[in-house]
Design a protein around this ligand. Structure first.
Ligand SMILES: *[C@@H]1O[C@H](CO)[C@@H](O)[C@H](O)[C@H]1NC(C)=O
Ligand SMILES: *[C@@H]1O[C@H](CO)[C@@H](O)[C@H](O)[C@H]1NC(C)=O
Ligand SMILES: *[C@@H]1O[C@H](CO)[C@@H](O)[C@H](O)[C@H]1NC(C)=O
Ligand SMILES: *[C@@H]1O[C@H](CO)[C@@H](O)[C@H](O)[C@H]1NC(C)=O
Ligand SMILES: *[C@@H]1O[C@H](CO)[C@@H](O)[C@H](O)[C@H]1NC(C)=O
Length: 464
C-alpha cells in the first residue's frame, strides 16, 4: 500500500491509498491476541521515549514545551502503564527502562520533586509519579537495589509531603491547591485532580500498610471534594474552583481521569472498610462515568475536548488512566466487575479500530468511536490504546498485594518529612511564564463556563 504524508497548517495528515482489505495487526479476540497486540502497542509507545539514549535525561518524555511536547508528569504516568503491561502480559522487556526512569527522577529528597521541575510543579504532577511508585509496590514490581529508595517509601514520601499542613490551608475549607509553588498561576486553584490523587494514594497506602492515618486523611479529602461541590449528587465530577471565590466558581468541565482517580480510591476504601457508603459512591460514579464517557457505543470518549477537536497533549493520555483505574477497581471492588469489564472490552475494540496511522501504518489516534485514524499520533494516544488493550487481561484473582499478603516493598512512614516546601529553588524562566499565562486564560474561560476558547487554540496544554 502507498502512504503519503503532507503537512498542513502544522498538523501532519496521513493519507492511505488503496487499502481495501488491509489486515490490522491488532485483535483482542483471545488472550494470545491481546498479548500480541499489547506488545506492538508497548513497542510503539516506548518509541516516543528517548530518555535512555546517550546525552538525554532518563525518565522524561521529550519536553517540557517548548523543548518537546510532553510535561514531566506524563513520564511518571508512562512508567505506571508499563508496570501494568509487565504484570498483565508477563513481558519484562521494558522493566529495566522503567526502573532506571523511576529512580532517576526521585529528586534530591527522594520525594519526586526534582529541582529541575519544581518551578512548575503541581501536586498532581508529583502524585502521578507517586501513584506509579505505589503501583510498583502493589504489583511486586522488581524492587530497586537496596542502596536506592524503595517503591513504598517513595509513595509515602509523596503522600507525606502533600499531607504537610503547609499544603493544606483553610481557603475553601481545606483541600490541596493545584500548584505547589506560590508564584505559579494555578496556585489559587483548588482542583479535583490534585485532591483526587492525594485521596487515591491515601486509600492505597492505608490498604497496603494497614495504617489508619492514611485512610483518615483520604476520607477527609473525599469529604472536602464532595463538600465543595466538585462531586455532585448526580455523580458528575467537575474540575475545580478558585480560592478568590471560595471555590464556588466551579469549572464544570468533566474529564474521565478525574472520575476514575476517585473511583479507584473509593474502591480501595471499600476494600478496607466494606462500608456501604463506599459501595454507593463507587456505584454512583461508575454508572455516571459509563453514561458520560462511554456513551451508547461503549467506547471511551473525552466529552470535554473531543467534540471540537480541542484535546491537548495531556488529554490524549486520559483514556488510558481511565481504563487502567477502572480495571484495577474491579479487583478490589469486585461488585463492579460485571458492568465494567464488558465496557472496557468494547472500548478497547474501538481503540484498535483506528490504529492505522503513522509511518508504520499502525499508530493510534484519539477518535476511538469514529473507527478512523484522526491524523495525529503521540505518546498519549499510543499509551491510552496500550492501557485499554492490556487491561483486558486483568485477573480477578491477582489483585494488588499488601505488606501482610505478598508485598515485598520496604516502606518508611517518615519518608519525605525532611523535604522542604520552599520550592522556589530555580528562577522562573520565560518558558514557565508563557505556559502559566496560557493556563490562566484557560482557567478563567473555563470558570465562567465559556467553551469559546476551545475553538481558538486546539493544542494548548491544560495542565502543566
Ligand atoms: C531504550 O529503551 C528502549 C525501550 O524503550 C530500548 O528498545 C532501547 O534499546 C533502549 N536504548 C538504550 C540505549 O538503552
Ligand atoms: C536536570 O536537567 C539537567 C539539564 O538538562 C540534566 O542534566 C539532569 O539530568 C536533569 N535531572 C533530572 C533529575 O531530570
Ligand atoms: C467557603 O467554603 C467552605 C467549603 O465549602 C465553607 O465551609 C465555608 O462556609 C465557605 N465560607 C464562606 C465565607 O462562605
Ligand atoms: C479486596 O481485594 C481483594 C484483592 O483483589 C479481593 O480478593 C477481595 O475480594 C476484596 N474485598 C472485598 C470486600 O471486596
Ligand atoms: C502511620 O502513618 C503516619 C503518617 O505517615 C506515621 O506518622 C505513623 O508513624 C505511622 N504508624 C505506623 C505504626 O507506622
Amino acid at each position: 500500500m502507498a502512504i503519503s504524508t503532507i503537512t498542513f497548517l502544522g498538523a501532519t495528515l496521513t493519507f492511505t491509498f488503496g487499502v481495501v482489505n488491509a489486515q490490522s495487526p491488532f485483535s483482542i479476540d483471545t488472550d494470545e491476541d491481546i498479548r500480541r497486540s499489547a506488545a506492538l502497542l508497548a513497542h510503539d509507545t516506548t518509541a516516543f521515549y528517548t530518555g535512555n539514549q546517550t546525552g538525554q535525561t532518563p525518565g522524561i518524555l521529550p519536553g517540557p514545551p517548548p523543548q518537546g511536547d510532553y510535561y514531566w508528569w506524563q513520564g511518571g504516568a508512562l512508567w505506571g502503564t508499563l508496570m501494568d503491561y509487565w504484570f498483565l502480559t508477563g513481558d519484562s522487556s521494558y522493566n529495566d527502562v522503567v526502573m532506571q526512569a523511576m529512580l532517576f527522577q526521585v529528586g534530591e529528597n527522594k520525594d519526586y520533586q526534582p529541582r529541575n521541575v519544581t518551578a512548575s510543579l503541581g501536586n498532581d504532577d508529583q502524585a502521578f509519579w507517586g501513584m506509579s511508585a505505589m503501583l510498583a509496590a502493589e504489583l511486586n514490581f522488581p524492587n530497586p537495589p537496596s542502596d536506592q529508595p524503595q517503591w513504598l517509601a517513595l509513595a509515602q514520601a509523596v503522600f507525606n509531603t502533600q499531607a504537610d499542613p503547609e499544603r493544606h490551608d483553610n481557603e475553601c475549607g481545606g483541600g490541596l491547591r493545584w500548584q505547589i509553588t506560590r508564584t505559579n498561576n494555578g496556585f489559587d486553584y483548588k482542583n479535583t485532580i490534585a485532591n483526587g490523587c492525594f485521596f487515591n494514594m491515601g486509600a492505597r497506602l492505608a490498604r497496603y500498610t494497614g495504617n489508619e492515618t492514611y485512610s483518615k486523611l483520604a476520607e477527609e479529602t473525599w469529604d472536602w471534594i464532595q463538600g465543595v461541590g466538585y462531586i455532585t449528587d448526580e455523580w458528575d465530577v467537575y474540575d475545580g474552583g478558585h480560592i478568590g471565590h471560595n471555590c464556588t466558581d466551579i469549572n464544570k468541565l468533566q474529564y474521565s481521569y478525574n472520575a476514575a482517580v476517585l473511583i479507584q480510591g473509593a474502591a480501595f476504601m471499600w476494600n478496607i472498610t466494606e462500608d456501604q457508603i463506599w459501595k454507593d459512591r463507587i456505584n454512583g460514579l461508575v454508572d455516571r462515568t459509563i453514561e458520560l464517557f462511554f456513551r451508547d457505543d461503549g467506547v471511551a470518549y473525552e466529552i470535554s475536548c473531543e467534540p471540537k477537536y480541542t484535546c491537548s497533549t495531556d488529554m490524549y493520555s486520559y483514556k488510558g488512566y481511565t481504563h487502567r483505574w477502572l480495571a484495577q477497581s474491579s479487583q478490589v471492588a469486585p461488585f463492579i466487575r460485571d458492568k465494567v469489564m464488558p465496557i472496557l472490552k468494547s472500548s478497547a475494540k474501538g481503540a484498535i479500530s483506528q490504529c492505522t496511522g503513522g509511518d508504520n501504518g499502525r499508530e493510534c489516534g484519539f477518535a476511538w468511536s469514529s473507527g478512523k485514524f484522526d491524523g495525529k499520533i503521540g505518546a498519549g494516544q499510543e499509551m491510552s490504546a496500550l492501557a485499554a488493550v492490556s487491561s483486558l487481561l486483568t485477573d480477578p484473582s491477582k489483585g494488588p498485594v499488601t505488606a501482610d499478603k505478598g508485598g515485598t516493598s520496604k516502606g518508611d512512614p517518615n519518608a519525605g518529612s525532611h523535604s522542604t516546601d520552599n520550592l522556589e529553588l530555580r528562577p522562573i524562566t520565560t518558558a514557565d511564564r508563557v505556559g502559566a499565562g496560557i493556563l490562566t486564560t484557560l482557567l478563567l474561560a473555563g470558570a465562567t463556563g465559556t467553551f469559546g476558547w476551545m475553538i481558538w487554540e486546539p493544542s494548548l496544554n491544560w495542565r502543566a
